[in-house]
Design a protein around this ligand. Structure first.
Ligand code: SF4
Ligand code: SF4
Length: 508
């Protein structure tokens, strides 16, 4: 029997819709200079909390890497040699239920901190550079410059779509062996990239997880930046970029004094260790501020952000009770059989095309209304940042459901990571798990509703801020001209709200 989790109740949905309506009214009436609450205006966080924090030292970073690499090796061992029962094997439980579901939360609070302790990159570094500490010689690497055609996020986008296909289409989330093979494949790709290209091309251009983290990190509440920008402006050595005798250069070629985006920073801390003036620190900021104004639009990154929006919706759709019926109907129509991979592939393409088409139409309408002289492609990229808060809000609300409702019993898997001798969940065990939430159900609903509202508010701020740059000076007061783009944000939030209201199929 298929177990499902209850969806968000109607009362919460009505409250969200009312708040969205009020926000829309405010958004088309308030002058563009008004932005709503940012960090500096928040009580305690705005003024009371120390705004900058030192980075972790190399010793602590190495210790954290050793922990993640150990867990990673345990996942591989469990996947290759353990039980094929997904809910009893650490490979599937840790990878899909805990790490993949929890990663997105870490981005909001810690930016790209995951990349600093990523086991794929750590293993690739240790295998190629043959040094686990400090600056290594350029041994074992051809150290080639990445060809111009690959210096973009298209490879990562292709791998992200492929990963989604494996995850939802082929169902490797239920296969410990395939999960381990996928994890190993990524180590191979990271190692090969390091052995061929200079710096960390895999993290910079190819890694689907790293680029997802980088895109979402534009909304993070923290950033790594110079303490004193004037000091950076006068700096002649740029040790943060080149490294020094003991510390590696910036893996993605950034210069701290010119850094305006979290996107390609892997939080590795090299710049903080190499800067002779100790001029690099973490600081708090208003979530979303970078996507509102600091981030520069690039075509490939814009498409990546829109794809994230589509793929998060697909994740939600694939966990609905009606999804299988949809797939079977489509399969009958196209003569598909077996694992329905063609049907799923068509569904995936349709989802990507629907979001891209709706966004392109919205952008065209907004451009017409604003009578902007920006080329259409540039217009498309300018507003694509609004997709980020909409995607991450649903991503977090959806994953929260999995984390809160499906984490009971995880300690058993930690005690028996390979699932040796374990049997599949009985119906009684499934019922117990279903009833044992990590939080009260009402708290979960409140958090999900809050996330959707927050995502919508940030999207509205992004549309208004970026709209201010698009509207000509003589139309600066006519914010209503941005209405199509605001309605796009409302439409996506409404669709995500509908998804959250549906019963959701239990993952494991
Ligand atoms: S962070 Fe340090 S090394 Fe880098 S530009 Fe600023 S002062 Fe120079
Ligand atoms: S060295 Fe580069 S990637 Fe590493 S933390 Fe500094 S800016 Fe980010």
């Amino acid at each position: 029997m298929m177990m499902t989790h209850p969806g968000l109740p109607e009362t919460w949905a009505l409250a969200i819709l009312a708040l969205m309506l009020l926000t829309l009214v405010w958004a088309v009436r308030a002058p563009l200079a008004a932005t709503g609450m940012g960090r500096p205006a928040l009580p305690l966080i705005g003024h009371g909390v120390k705004a900058s924090f030192p980075t972790l030292g190399p010793g602590l970073l190495l210790a954290l890497k050793l922990v993640t690499v150990s867990l990673f090796l345990l996942v591989i061992a469990a996947g290759l040699f353990g039980s094929p029962i997904p809910e009893r094997n650490l490979a599937t439980v840790l990878t899909w239920n805990l790490w993949w579901a929890g990663l997105v939360f870490s981005i909001f609070f810690l930016g790209s901190a995951w990349c600093a302790v990523c086991p794929w990159d750590a293993l690739a570094q240790w295998l190629v550079r043959r040094k686990i500490w400090g600056r290594a010689e350029l041994n074992n690497s051809l150290n080639l410059v990445v060809p111009r055609g690959l210096r973009c996020v298209w490879p990562a986008l292709g791998l992200l779509v492929g990963l989604t296909w494996l995850e939802l289409g082929l169902g490797i989330t239920l296969d410990p062996y395939a999960t381990a093979l996928l994890a190993l494949l990524i180590v191979v790709l990271a190692t090969a990239s390091l052995a061929i290209f200079r710096r960390r091309a895999f993290c910079h251009y190819f890694c689907p997880v790293g680029r997802t983290v980088g895109a979402y990190a534009q909304l993070a509440a923290v950033e790594l930046r110079p303490v004193d920008t004037d000091l950076c402006a006068r700096c002649k050595t740029l040790d943060c970029h080149h490294g020094n005798a003991a510390v590696e250069p910036c893996p993605t070629g950034l210069v701290m004094g010119r850094l305006t985006q979290n996107t390609y920073c892997t939080s590795c801390g090299n710049c903080a260790q190499s800067c002779p003036h100790g001029n690099v620190a973490w600081r708090l900021r208003s979530p979303g501020i970078e996507a509102e104004q600091g981030a520069r639009p690039h075509w490939d990154e814009a498409v990546f952000m829109l794809a994230l929006l589509a793929l998060t919706a697909l994740h939600g759709l694939s966990m609905m009770t009606f999804w299988e019926d949809w797939m079977r109907t489509l399969a009958r129509a196209i003569g598909d059989s077996g694992r329905l991979l063609w049907s799923f592939s068509l569904g995936l393409v349709a989802c990507l095309a629907a979001v891209a088409g709706a966004y392109a139409l919205t952008a065209a309408a907004t451009r017409r209304l604003t009578r902007s002289r920006l080329p259409f492609k540039r217009f498309l990229t300018t507003f694509a940042f609004a997709a980020l808060p909409l995607a991450i809000a649903y991503h977090m609300a959806h994953n929260l459901n999995h984390l809160v409702r499906e984490s009971a019993g995880v300690t058993q898997v930690l005690h028996n990571p390979l699932g040796t001798g374990a049997l599949p969940f009985s119906m009684a065990e499934k019922q117990v798990r279903h009833m044992n939430l990590l939080l009260w159900q009402d708290t979960l609903f409140a958090m999900q509703a809050g996330l959707l509202v927050l995502g919508f508010l940030v999207a509205v701020r992004i549309v208004r801020r970026r709209g201010a740059a698009v509207l000509e000076a003589d139309r600066a007061g006519q914010v209503w001209r941005l209405l199509p783009m605001l309605l796009f944000a409302a439409g996506i939030t409404g669709f995500n709200l509908w998804l959250l209201m549906q019963p959701m199929v239990m993952r494991l």
